[in-house]
Ligand binder design. Sequence first.
Ligand code: GAP
Length: 457
Amino acid sequence: MADTNVTMEKLTALAKKRGFVYPGSAIYGGLANSWDYGPLGAQMRMNIKRDWWKQVIESRADMVGLDGAILMNPKVWEASGHVAGFSDPLVEDMETHKRYRADHLIEEATGESVDGWSLEKIAAKLAELGLQSPDGNSLSAPKSFNLMFETAIGKTEDSKESVYLRPETAQAIFVNFKNVLNTSRKRLPFGIGQIGKAFRNEITPGNFIFRTLEFEQMEIEYFVEEEDWEKQFEAWVGWMEGWAESVGIDKARLHRLEVPDESLAHYSKRTIDFEFEFPFGTKELWGLAYRTSFDLTNHETASGENMKYTDPNDGARKIIPHVIEPSMGVDRTLLAIMLSAYSEEEVNGDTRIVMRFKPHMAPYQIAVLPLSKKPELQEVARPVFEALATKFRTDYDQTQSIGKRYRRQDEIGTPYCVTVDFETVEDKAVTIRDRDTMEQVRVRIADLDTWFAEKLV
Ligand code: GAP
């Protein structure tokens, strides 16, 4: 059973110790809220993205992929509404100059949501409550703070042109809508999926990899006839919940939140947030939005390019499709999978930590462990590793006692350990230990391939 009481301290410590996630730029004192993924974290991110891409793009006739650029013409962000509307209200501590989300301060003080409030209304509420900063100092008036990172193209000061690092991957899909339509010849309903980095100058990042300045999104824009949007929206609700379970996210800790009208993003008419019970509170894991025809219409108006779809059954009928957008963060997915997998149990008076990852998400699926470093065992164990590694993600671990190696493999979530012992030299068989049950079976080396092919589908 997964441990629902795991704390973030325990998880971050394990992540660092075992090589899932390291604090960013640590040798220079770090960079706040930046993280680097170690060998195991990098592999798990790859597993998440590969599975998503396979399920969403490769297995469906109504979906195609895209890999758009991070830097786009700034006019994209004007048309999308991000220049004008992608901002948070910010206040500054007048002594320490630390910045805070004004809406969060009010929400913490009153317990009521201030989503959708104007800056004036927020200012009036701050004054009415007489709110001070968490350090007890007075606060500035709230200001609107755009979350897009701005940078410049060009070598000299006067030739520089301002551009933004994309705050969502979605816009590359919208601006390429006609390109994809013309080259793929898809018919409605169809979707375009994309995986890539996005950047947001968050005022209050934190909680490990939950909210960072740089993160990765897996986004789909699913184009539909307007009258079909509700049916398609429901289909994506089902898909997202099913995929969550398939990658090992604990469904008992996953909840739907119907986002109230006043809290909807500027482009959305309906949004469901899939929330997960993180140790620091129940918060958004993924979002599913009905973006109407907002983006394509705005891009048509701003660029002057035709964004319409011609009905193949009636050439005179030209429409701007409506859009359902399942949007999922890779980093939050990894965090939810790790929290769902973490478990502790008592074994012979010791605490055994086990990451109960699904085999297709685990960094390694098999670990080959020669009982000792003696050459006669290495000679047998190496070829076993080499053969398994061509088909499965396999680790080769020969340091420390076998007991410690089992514990290490439990902590990194390896479903099966293959122990090569002195008998192996004689009987050409190995012991396979199951991570979850700790049961052991003896299997002939010649049968390993088929044995694992059945277990690790
Ligand atoms: N295109 C729609 C969009 O970007 P969003 O709800 O702002 O919607 C989608 O972001 C997903 O991206 C979130 O549900 C979350 O998984 C992830 N995400 C957003 N901001 C993030 C951040 N600062 N750090 C990590 N992940 C983030």
